[in-house]
Ligand binder design. Structure first.
Ligand code: C2E
Ligand code: MG
Ligand code: MG
Ligand code: MG
Length: 284
């Protein structure tokens, strides 16, 4: 009995680390089930095109409402999916779901392109481009319907391999965006080697744009540089009208953020889309 107690003592002291580890394993198992049993849902957030004065794209963002634990943010479980080898299955689930939704939206005259996030692990294998092309054909969607967002850091993990996959997407006609631009470690010369169409300025430079002269300088010059490289510029994290006005003054192409609309379910988004009028922003 004494020996048992001692063992428990030891276990007790290690419980912190152990428990964390067990929770992670449990979460990985739950995630695997969630993918298989469709317990995940996609939310959608619009990007407003300032030149065309309309919503031209919608970013799909994954949501997991766990049966017992409630909402778990993608920041928490995308990492787990990557570490546990679930990423290929998760990404395929996401793309399939989003393209199926795009078909439904098309029938309802919601004519927007879908932007989907990829992780570094999705660029580590060569088979995703074919999977995506086949799905587009099956859904009778044009390649214009899809934009893939990748971060600089995802590309930098293995640049040669990642660029190869990106070129495959690009040559099939799918547009690519660099996400969270300005936070990664890629150099400007690497930026020009990526076959991208769109550059999304990280929201850390945008959230307080209206209050920070430094952010204004960074954002303004990033927009100018991006334009000189022929890229369309998106600002993410637009939370107020003053930031909108500054971005418009700088010539930013597209805006995304809570000020316009939070990510929401497909049906809520469709309702929002039907009622949204960009022009109301310009009536003083
Ligand atoms: P991201 O691709 O950079 O997505 C933008 C994140 O900023 C989203 O968080 C969005 O909800 C949030 N956001 C949008 N506008 C605003 C704003 O005005 N203010 C603030 N404070 N936040 C705003 P979310 O949905 O939690 O996603 C976080 C990250 O998780 C994404 O960053 C992306 O890297 C990853 N992620 C989300 N869904 C997927 C997915 O389906 N696949 C993969 N591989 N990654 C995903
Ligand atoms: Mg994104
Ligand atoms: Mg981002
Ligand atoms: Mg991000």
């Amino acid at each position: 009995n004494e020996a048992k107690l001692k063992k428990q003592d030891v276990a007790y002291y290690e419980l912190g680390a152990d428990e964390k580890y067990l929770n992670q394993i449990r979460l990985i198992n739950d995630l695997k089930q969630a993918i298989e049993q469709d317990q995940l849902v996609m939310f959608y957030q619009p990007k407003v095109d300032l030149k065309q004065r309309k919503v031209t794209q919608v970013e799909a963002l994954i949501r997991w409402f766990h049966k017992e634990l409630g909402f778990i943010s993608p920041e928490e479980f995308i990492g787990l999916a990557e570490q546990s080898g679930l990423m290929p299955a998760l990404t395929r689930w996401v793309i399939k779901n989003v393209l199926n939704e795009a078909v439904v939206w098309r029938e309802q005259n919601v004519n927007v392109a879908m932007a989907v996030n990829l992780s570094a692990y999705d660029l580590a294998y060569d088979d995703l481009p074919n999977y995506v092309s086949d799905l587009l054909v099956q859904c009778q969607l044009s390649t214009e319907s899809l934009i893939l967002e990748v971060t600089e850091s995802a590309v930098m993990e293995d640049p040669e391999q990642a660029l190869n996959v990106l070129h495959q997407f690009k040559s099939s006609g799918i547009k690519l965006a660099i996400d969270d631009y300005g936070t990664g470690y890629s150099s400007l010369s690497q930026l020009t080697s990526m076959p991208v169409d769109e550059l999304k300025i990280d929201m850390s430079f945008v959230l307080k744009l209206d209050q920070s002269k430094d952010d204004q300088a960074i954002v303004r010059s990033t927009i100018e540089m991006g334009h000189n490289l022929g890229l369309s510029i998106v600002a993410e994290g637009v939370e107020n009208r003053d930031s909108w006005a500054l971005l418009e003054e700088y010539g930013c192409d597209k805006l995304q953020g809570y000020y316009i609309c939070k990510p929401q379910s497909s049906s809520d988004f469709i309702q929002w889309y039907a009622n949204y009028d960009v022009l109301s922003e310009y009536q003083a």
